[in-house]
Design a protein around this ligand. Sequence first.
Ligand SMILES: Cc1ncc(COP(=O)(O)O)c(C=O)c1O
Length: 450
Amino acid sequence: MVENSQIQLVEKPTTVNLNRFVKPIDINKLVAQYGTPLYLIDEDTLHAKAKELHKAYSKFKGQVKVAYSIKANFTPAVVKAFMRDGIAFDLTSLGELYFIKQCKADPENVIYTSVTEELEEYIEVLQSGVRRIVVSSFNGMANLSKAASKVGGGAAPLTMIRVNPEVGVKAEVRASYRNSKFGVPFNGGTIDSAAKMIKHLMGSDLLKFEGFHFHLGSQITDFSCYTHALDKMDAFIIKMKKENPAFQVNTFDIGGGTPIFYNDPVPTPAQMAENHIGKLNQLAETHGTSTLMIESGRFLVAESAILVSRIVNTKEYNEHKIVIVDAGYHILLDAALLKQEYPQEVVPVVLDSKDKTTALATVKNTHLAGRLCDTYDVFPLSKVSNLSESEVGRYVSFYNVGAYSVVFNMPFHCQTKPPIVMKDSDGKFRLVRKGTTHDQLFREEGGELE
Ligand SMILES: Cc1ncc(COP(=O)(O)O)c(C=O)c1O
């Protein structure tokens, strides 16, 4: 045991309310039924976030469309929840398109932004009835044009150009920097530039120019990059209009990036929108733009999910305590990749009213580690993490894990995928993804071919 003199209590979280949508008593019941690790998702949070993001841009003097970037979490139950909100879907691959089709989402509600931009890919996209496509290279645009001529029938695809505004972005993940792989510069000196691609599109019978798209990064907390990107966009459109007065931009898509809380408080979507809504309205008025698209992965899903893990081992030395849980970066990759500080909390013990408990203190230097035999499998703590009472057998909840977590599940150390349980809007819990087994993994890895 640790001497009292060595004990220091972790400060109680004060500033941020974590989304504790499952009561400890229900967590205990769910882990008894499904085991740990276990992801829990709250449907109500998904709807609330979709509403909040849309409302944030309500001062836009045109139509606002929110598109869910399903790369953040493609669990069919999540996709179906957002279908009930009537929002659009931002897709990047044929695999994601397959998921959307299986969920019976309306292809009219899809915006497709590929990195690969292959001819066969675009043929399948158009055959599926998707009409809104973002191209990111001259070759991609030529492939879309060929695909449109092959597929034929119906109206020309609404074609947007993904520009790389080459602005400085202060964010956890940056997508706009000079010579980035995404989009094309306004004027790059080659055919891979928005200026050249617009000329081609304006003369095309097969594709209809619809507007511009940019995506600056993820978890953006300094919004000046949006202002800079929109200023550059404005100047570029003015230049294009001088060359061709018929040039019209119907849609602006300003990509994703809306941040969520992990370690430090972040601005709300309303505060974010306040930063650039004036510029967006000015652009819309000057250039006749009727539609604004806001893409989001992280903001829409992150706070909807908790990962529950079990403490399986602890050890103490040199005033440090190592707490080992049965989770790891194989199910929470960004903890290792981005050093993401997911808030963690030991799940309170559910007591009978007559039971008494003595609170266990936290050792000063508590480290939360995963089950993998890898140096990087240690979870950074959030400022609001509370690991008091971290004893073997207790459960630890990781909050705000709904984005970029289940989509990265991997079998390192022959680990299986945890099940996912959704708390539906009626308050009932429902299994929405089964966990996988070692037997399934063995067969997937070719075990049955030997
Ligand atoms: C084109 C595009 N749009 C939207 C997003 C979603 O970003 P976020 O999760 O930060 O909202 C991404 C993320 O990579 C993206 O590449």
